[in-house]
Design a protein around this ligand. Structure first.
Ligand code: ATP
Length: 412
């Protein structure tokens, strides 16, 4: 079977709202082994929605819509589907009851046009919404299935998880399981070169390389009858990939590198401190985003100006004058100074040029020096990522976390 997604909402067309619903649904359907061949965004316009639906029913088995279930006159998805299928709208008493009690709980009167939301195409399966006012519905018609979901992502996901996923996972005897191996320190093409023969050799699971913000990923995907069976196919491949890529692999299915650093710090019962210039607190922010970070986080200083570098970290004026703020020497004095003031087990310094201005031929935008010191070993690294400001900061922070990770796992 194949599916098609139609997201309804003028706000999506205008670019005011990012279409996260379609990516969520696509990912979930792929886990069920259902291919999504088309995704459309259409405004709140009946004629254009009708055209999309009519086209979808010529080419897809499952048609999923999101949005346009609200109480206002331009919310017309259910009505339009019913119209093209020649089905009438009927009041669903349970949906009305749920809506009435939803408003009671909020302590707000229900406006008469909310009643419209409790109408569903006759004969459809109603998808009762515990998180909002608009129920969804599922209509089986001439061997096609129409699934109508609300627009707000939280409500849409709720109904998808409660009704749609369980329905299709029961029907399908195959599931798709993916694991993502995250790799740092080598680019996508070098990573691919190291494992190219494995990528070519495997069909189930498949191995797909891709890259985001200077990080390289390998997605390993297997089709099987159960998750256990899929994992049995995947695990030996993960082992082979790990063997090839060695220390560059920092995790499987983990959200970001700081989680790996957090785990390493936790295991070794060590605390970390940061002195940041161009990353402006990003390292400290990312570390403290993780619940439980107080166990591993000592302090973070944003020493943006030269004065702050001298006053708080003891960087010498001579060093700044002679080598500049973005230099090996400054990164070194920053990290040693930080170790002195913080007493943390592992200290990190970052100084660089995030741009867009401020770069020179000798020190271009994207250049950074990162220092890591564990009280015994001092490691200063030059990093270069000539992209826009946000990307430079993100990449430099990733490099810094990667250096910490490597220092922690090689500690004796
Ligand atoms: P409501 O009862 O809130 O009107 P609805 O089902 O009519 O529900 P819409 O009015 O289409 O939904 O969308 C409500 C809000 O949900 C939008 O303003 C937008 O913020 C969010 N939303 C809608 N569609 C999407 C989408 N495809 N991706 C991400 N967010 C979306």
């Amino acid at each position: 079977v194949n599916a098609e997604i139609i997201c309804v909402g003028t706000e999506l067309l205008l670019g005011d709202v990012v279409n996260t619903n379609s990516s969520y649904i696509s990912k979930e359907l792929s886990k069920l082994g259902i291919n999504v061949y088309f995704t459309t965004v259409v405004g709140d316009n009946v004629a254009r929605l009708e055209a999309c639906l009519n086209l979808a029913r010529t080419r897809s088995d499952i048609i999923i819509t999101t949005g346009g279930l609200g109480p206002t006159v331009d919310d017309l998805t259910k009505e339009t589907v019913a119209e093209i299928l020649g089905i009438q709208m009927v009041l669903d008493e349970k949906a009305l009851e749920m809506m009435t009690s939803f408003f009671d709980k909020l302590g707000r009167p229900m406006s008469p046009n909310n009643r419209k939301q409790a109408f569903v195409p006759e004969g459809s399966v109603v998808l009762y919404n515990d998180l909002g006012t608009a129920p969804g519905c599922m209509i089986m018609h001439e061997e096609k299935t129409y699934i109508i979901l609300p627009g707000p992502p939280r409500e849409m996901r709720h109904l998808f998880e409660k009704y749609v996923y369980p329905y299709y996972s029961k029907l399908s005897n195959e599931i798709i399981v993916s694991h993502v191996m995250r790799v740092m320190g080598i680019g996508e093409s070098s990573m691919e070169a190291k494992v190219k023969d494995l990528i070519d050799a495997y069909e189930n699971p498949t191995i797909a390389p891709y890259a985001v913000s200077g990080e390289s990923y390998l997605r390993i995907t297997a089709k099987a009858h159960s998750k256990g069976e899929a994992d049995k196919l995947i695990i030996p491949v993960l082992d082979k990939l790990k063997e090839r890529l060695g220390i560059s692999v920092y995790g499987i299915d983990i959200p970001a590198i700081e989680h790996c650093v957090f785990n390493c710090l936790n295991l070794s019962e060590k605390k970390i401190a940061f002195a940041e210039s161009c990353t402006g607190g990003l390292l400290a922010k990312r570390m403290t985003d993780i619940p439980g970070s107080s166990e591993v986080f000592n302090m973070g200083l944003v020493t943006y100006s030269n004065e702050a570098k001298m006053k708080l970290l003891g960087v010498k004026k001579d060093t700044l004058d002679k080598f500049g703020a973005v230099s090996y020497e400054t990164a070194k004095e920053m990290v040693l100074g930080l170790s002195h003031v913080s007493g943390a087990d592992i200290c990190v310094s970052v100084t660089g040029i995030a741009g867009p201005g401020g770069g020179t031929e000798e020190k271009p935008v994207g250049l950074a020096y990162i220092g890591v010191y564990d009280g015994r070993r001092l490691w200063i690294k030059r990093s270069f990522w000539p992209k826009e400001r946000e990307q430079v900061r993100l990449f430099t922070a990733n490099m810094a976390f990667d250096m910490v990770r490597k220092m922690l796992i090689t500690a004796r």
